[in-house]
Ligand binder design. Structure first.
Ligand code: AHR
Length: 511
């Protein structure tokens, strides 16, 4: 958590960090990914067997450079197969001999699905990467029987039909998929089966019971909206209840383990764009309040762990600029890199409430990573993501910022009306070894901020400085030239530190 004092314009800014005040553990799953059958994410991203540069492709047909990038981030969980795609996906189409798999019209992104990649191939990819799968269920054209069959196929070690089908397909051991989503954006008019909140909750609750009866070890994720809506209120207040019939009378578990919310931010104005993710912070706070309200009103036992937020789609995306049915390939700028750093600052500050967060998406589609026939481009947004994945671990620590505030309009417009947005956006963490990492985003386009950092103390040694900036707010790496990256140096921690205009700085020191 970071507390804030708004200063009148022109007064000197300051930051105080308190590394001994550990506030809440940071769930490593906030650095999770998402791969959807959409554009070039799966075909041409994860899987590229026809690429003429054979050295880029492994024996499964997977891109080695994408695998290495995922490993560099140590991505803990990857959501699959959608997204909107899942609303017409029949998982049985994607298992068994490849030559027998049907080609199907794909309704979410107006394409054709070859089913060359399905459950077993995705599990293989997860194993190679060293990540855990998170599967989303088809709440559009899918049935509960189909969902139960998929769960049995993935997780059962019994001598039953779908577990045996998995064995027959060459996979003796169950995959033990822990995370399952009860649909995706079922509230959206773009869904094949857009639902009312009442229809969704009655279906989700029925499915949740059956799924937990089959495998009580799984975690079920309820389909929320953005955390601030009446859909979120209704689904939470209806589904978080002390109903233990499917749970063997357990007083320490519940049918619903997490509540999913999605948000994409963007603006053509560089500052509005950079600060827009602050809306996600308020959304998390509101949603956490709705979770508590549902628990209180419904009398959920305190022994049942508090349901957390699964922010399973987040990123910078303007769908009118990077159109979904055309592959949604965003060309990210320095401003977008600042936005991603603020997104990640939000997850660190709100670590108490966030059980998982998944950048949407992991490759090619609105992604920091872009494949070409000859290699991999790391967009501007890759660099803050890498810094956070490497260093922002352990516990969120108390931080206080005093600075001047941004006075202009915001995107979304409501952000300005629900709190002050300081020019500096800060979060800090301390890890197991006592390394403190503090990320400071200065969103001011042309004013650097110089100050002493209270609480920053190094006995011997130096402070590591990792800085991300660029010549202009709109520079990008998308053509393969790296104009935005990380510059590293050391600082002796004496005197004031200058945070450059429109930059991201991570300071690291050992306590
Ligand atoms: O990530 C792209 C799309 O955005 C997803 O398919 C959908 O869930 C969201 O609207």
């Amino acid at each position: 958590m970071t507390t804030f004092t708004a200063l009148p314009a022109g007064e000197p800014a300051s930051i105080a960090v308190h590394p001994t005040r550990k506030l809440s553990p940071i769930n490593p799953n906030i650095y999770s990914g998402f791969t959807e059958h959409m554009g070039r994410c799966i075909y041409g991203g994860l899987y590229d067997p026809a690429n003429p540069n054979a050295h880029l492709i492994d024996s499964h047909g997977f891109r080695k450079d994408v695998i290495e990038a995922m490993q560099q981030l140590k991505v803990p969980v990857v959501r699959y197969p959608g997204g909107n795609f899942v609303a017409t996906y029949h998982w049985l189409d994607g298992v068994g001999p490849r030559e027998k798999r049907p080609r199907r019209p794909e309704l979410a992104w107006a394409g054709v699905e070859s089913n060359e990649i399905g459950t077993d191939e995705f599990m293989e990819w997860c194993e190679v990467v060293g990540t855990e799968p998170y599967l989303a269920l088809n709440f559009g054209t899918g049935t509960l029987d189909e969902a139960l069959a998929w769960l049995e196929y993935c997780n059962s070690s019994s001598d039953t039909y779908y577990a045996n089908l998995r064995r027959q397909n060459g996979h003796d051991k169950p995959y033990n998929v822990k995370y399952w989503a009860l649909g995706n954006e079922c509230w959206g008019p773009w869904q094949v089966e857009q639902m009312t909140k009442e229809a969704y909750t009655s279906k989700a609750y029925r499915w949740a019971k059956a799924l937990k009866l089959l495998d009580p070890t799984i975690q079920l994720i309820l389909c929320g909206q953005d955390g601030t809506s009446s859909w979120d209120f209704h689904t939470l207040s209806t589904c978080l209840r002390p109903d233990v019939h499917a749970l063997g009378g357990s007083a320490t578990s519940s049918l619903i383990d997490m509540h999913s919310i999605h948000m994409y931010t963007a603006s053509s104005d560089p500052v509005k764009n950079a600060i827009a993710p602050r809306a996600a912070e308020r959304a998390i706070e509101i949603c956490a309040g709705l979770i508590d309200l549902a628990r209180i009103e419904n009398g959920v036992l305190p022994s049942v762990p508090r349901q957390l937020i699964c922010f399973d789609e987040w990123n910078v995306w303007d769908p009118s600029r990077a159109i979904g049915s055309e592959g949604a390939e965003e060309k990210y700028t320095l401003s977008d890199a600042l936005a991603v750093a603020i997104w990640l600052n939000v997850f660190i500050r709100q670590s108490k409430y966030v059980g998982m967060a998944n950048i949407a998406q992991s490759v090619n589609v609105i992604s920091p990573l872009m494949t070409t026939e000859t290699g991999l481009i790391k967009q501007t947004t890759w660099w803050p993501l890498l810094l956070f994945c490497k260093y922002m671990k352990g516990w969120t620590v108390a931080t206080h910022v005093s600075c001047d505030v941004y006075e202009g309009p915001t995107e979304p417009a409501w952000l300005k009306g629900v709190g002050e947005v300081g020019w500096l956006d800060v979060s800090a963490a301390v890890d197991e070894e006592g390394w403190v990492s503090m990320c400071v985003v200065n969103a001011h386009l042309n004013e650097a901020q110089e100050m002493e950092v209270e609480g920053l103390s190094v006995k011997d040694g130096l402070v590591e400085v990792h800085e991300i900036g660029g010549k202009a707010w709109d520079v990008s790496n998308a053509d393969g030239t790296q104009r935005v990256g990380i510059e590293e140096r050391k600082w002796d921690a004496k005197g004031k530190f200058k945070f450059p205009a429109f930059s991201i700085t991570m300071l690291r020191w050992k306590t």
